[in-house]
Design a protein around this ligand. Sequence first.
Ligand code: ATP
Ligand code: MG
Length: 559
Amino acid sequence: MVSNGADQPLDDFVRELVRDDAANERFGGRVQTRFPPEPNGYLHIGHAKAITLDFELAKEFGGVCNLRFDDTNPDTEDTAFVDGILEDLDWLGYQPNGEPLYASDYFEQLYDWAEHLVSQGLAYVDDQDAETISQQRGGFGQPGTESPFRSRTVEENLELFRKMRDGAFDEGTRVLRAKIDMQHENMQLRDPVMYRIRHEPHHRTGNRWHIYPTYDWAHGQSDAIEGVTHSLCTLEFDSHRALYDWYLTQLPLPGDTPRQTEFARLELTHTVTSKRRLAALVQDGIVDGWDDPRMPTLRGLRRRGYPAAAIKEFCSYIGVSRANSRHQIELLESFVRQHLNATAQRKMAVLEPMRLVITNWPDGQIDEVEVVNNPENSDDGTRFVPFTGELFIEQDDFRADPPPKYFRLTPGREVRLRGAYFVTCTGFDVDEVGNPTTVYATYDPETRGGNAPNGRKVKSTMHWVSAQHAVSGSVALYERLFAAEVPGNETGDPMDDLEPNSVTRLENCMFEPSLADLAPGEVVQFERLGYFAHDPRTPLLFHRTVGLRDEWARIQQRG
Ligand code: ATP
Ligand code: MG
């Protein structure tokens, strides 16, 4: 059994650092974080880790966490993603400090600060193309080459930079670069690009700008404008920290200088979390959209039936560290199962139905049998389910020629129908190729409620649905989207590891009547089959969230 860890106080290197800062009166004891998504895709499980860290940390230390859209790239960003991100954050249960903020709201200030660097001789306009600039950067242990435009005068740079801003030049013809050190051992400091020319409308600033700041030029400065104290990002930004600090050191900042700290990304087995790859899955039609239940996006997981609380507890449990690692997806699933076990109502659903006729059932009689809604929670009470002489059972629950240790229905065998009666199989019909079509049985009226008065035992209990009362619908059963534990490990391309059949749809499933009234999105346990989420848009379509068996326990036993 996995303990969720959420009932113990969290501790990790980030919290230690924040405590240290508080003890040393750094930032005047203030704690302010921010979550900075780029609105070029929807949030995924990896973002959930960053979100829980940013928001929970702020909460624990009496601080605040901003939501800032890092919308510095006009090409791929979209207001649909902005709205989706707000929705998903709300679903996780986090409210940003005040209104959502946008890096694009700081374009004016960033521009002024860029002019400040130019006027200090710390930035210059380079007329070379991106490829040349990239070649001149050199590499680790290899020298960089200074641009022939590096020694332009302040006046010339200012004039050119203003013209860039005013749209006087074509895309790709000039950039603004910081003038730092072309021989610096950290490549990020070899005169990084600050602005590129783009004649592309922006989702918030429209056609106002012809130049757009790079991530590095925008990020630390946006943190400083907002008063962020602890800017937490993933490890790949480790080498950018020196640049983050360099920019902030050169500027006349109004307050404290924020500090960047890096932590390991969340990776899961059988899963990709790169937005570029997720977007490709959608664009290539491999999944049905960003909210396909196979997607690791928050909207996909939500549609699949993952409770937000389970995702947050998983994130707390795995914690934050500075070492990259990949967690087993089964661990996340065990958090989901643990939550649903406590909260999901039990229902009966027959996914691959076969008729069971009870030959000694009084003609036309309907019994309302009382069954428990959730054995884990007595407050959930009981419900009545109609039982009649003609039922549906799973095809798999009957065998004409049972293999060894098959304890379900077979000629001569007595079993329990959950909450109803004991029945004994007396025969069956077959179709022209010999497959059973209808099973016959007799019931024992003395076993009402599913127990024999004389203590007689049966070896199996089966679920059922009254044929006359059943509502029909469909379910989707899922495999991993990627067959390999580490997608792309062999060939470098995760798409090579796609599971060819990751979804199986079963139509004509038979559900107990109460499922007709189930709320969109609600998750229930289908007895003996697993947890299933009611689709938010299509009534009586269910997505299998997780099975009943704790795969994580099995993995741990295996060691
Ligand atoms: P991608 O590289 O796939 O586009 P990203 O990191 O650029 O992802 P952003 O929208 O910029 O995506 O991310 C917002 C925040 O979420 C950043 O602080 C980023 O570090 C964090 N984040 C993104 N992916 C993960 C992950 N897998 N695990 C933890 N944090 C993540
Ligand atoms: Mg990013």
